[in-house]
Design a protein around this ligand. Structure first.
Ligand code: S5P
Length: 291
């Protein structure tokens, strides 16, 4: 295994930035999540890969519900099947700090990370305040958040400035390198520059929100929204790929599923179904000696 890890690092270093849009030629050796947990030093990457390998799940549920009770009920129902719960905390009508505490208790109970999908996009000074202040004080409870890179490196440095001695190294950032919506304005060059920013700030940036594998650095995690059991869309230009296609063909690590799960009659059963398909696609993508 040591040989494999060294080989992959050497290979990865040669291919750290690969062309966006158009597939990265798949690396001859793909590491398992367990191997990546051993290799990666950022505590949040390590924790995430460890959870994924231990619980056997590469599913994140997007909890786009609008009341405290709906959010807690969903988190408890899908908790056993997910590595990460993604929130849009600003759509909760009756938000209070008790919700944060109950969510943290559920994350401990079921062993998943909390990802607040805040999509920060302002200058550094503003995002420091948005991350740490206001009603939600995201930095205090979300293990992971994300940012657009339209304002350049300032957004990353501003969020990093919001960390204190307690949260430093206990928070991870994802960069939006691609989007799922039809006719979005992200160009191949923007994606490429976002990949470079991620590598440059890898003591804080743990990966990407993207539509395909973008980096061969095994410590960069690829997380993909726009996933549904059928290749389809909605009437507001969302575009869906299937779980098997996202993991198996596009080479991503984690799928994000929202309506496909929280609108299901049986949320737990739907989460299990998505988890089973996505996990099998991951297993199928590993070299035979790693399974
Ligand atoms: O490109 C993106 C990025 C994100 S984070 N496309 C997305 O759809 N998302 C988020 O993923 C979106 O904000 C929503 O919370 C979730 C997709 O939800 P679904 O109901 O369409 O599965």
């Amino acid at each position: 295994m040591l040989f494999m890890i060294l080989f992959t690092i050497i290979l990865g270093l040669g291919m750290l930035t690969t062309p966006a849009h158009g597939h990265v030629p798949s690396a001859p050796v793909k590491l398992s999540f367990a191997e990546r947990a051993t290799l990666c030093t950022h505590p949040i990457s390590k924790k995430l890969f460890t959870i994924m390998a231990g619980k056997q799940t590469n599913l994140a549920v997007s909890a786009d519900v609008t009341t405290k009770q709906q959010l807690l009920t969903l988190a408890d129902a899908v908790g056993p099947y997910i590595c990460m719960l993604k929130t849009h905390i600003d759509i909760i009508n009756d938000f209070d700090w008790d919700l944060v505490e109950q969510l943290q208790a559920l994350a401990d109970k079921h062993n998943f990370l909390i990802f607040e999908d805040r999509k920060f996009a302002d200058i550094g000074n503003t995002v420091t305040h948005q991350y740490t202040q206001g009603v939600h004080r995201i930095v205090e409870w979300a293990h992971i958040t994300n940012a657009h890179t339209v304002s350049g490196p300032s957004v990353i440095e501003g969020l990093y400035a919001g960390l204190n001695d307690h949260t430093k190294n206990q928070r991870g950032l994802l960069l939006l390198a691609q989007m799922s919506s039809k006719e979005n304005l992200i160009s191949a060059e923007y994606t490429q520059k976002t990949i470079q920013l991620a590598h440059h700030y890898s003591d804080f940036v743990i990966g990407f929100i993207c539509q395909e594998q973008l980096s061969n650095d095994p410590c960069m995690i690829h997380i993909t929204p726009g996933v549904h059991l059928s290749k389809s869309g909605d009437d507001l230009k969302q575009q869906y790929n299937t779980p098997a296609y996202a993991i198996g063909t596009l080479g991503t690590d984690i799928i994000i599923v929202g309506r496909g799960i929280y609108q299901a009659f049986d949320q737990a059963q739907a989460a299990k179904q998505y988890r089973d398909i996505a996990w099998q696609a991951y297993l199928d993508s590993l070299p035979p000696f790693d399974k």
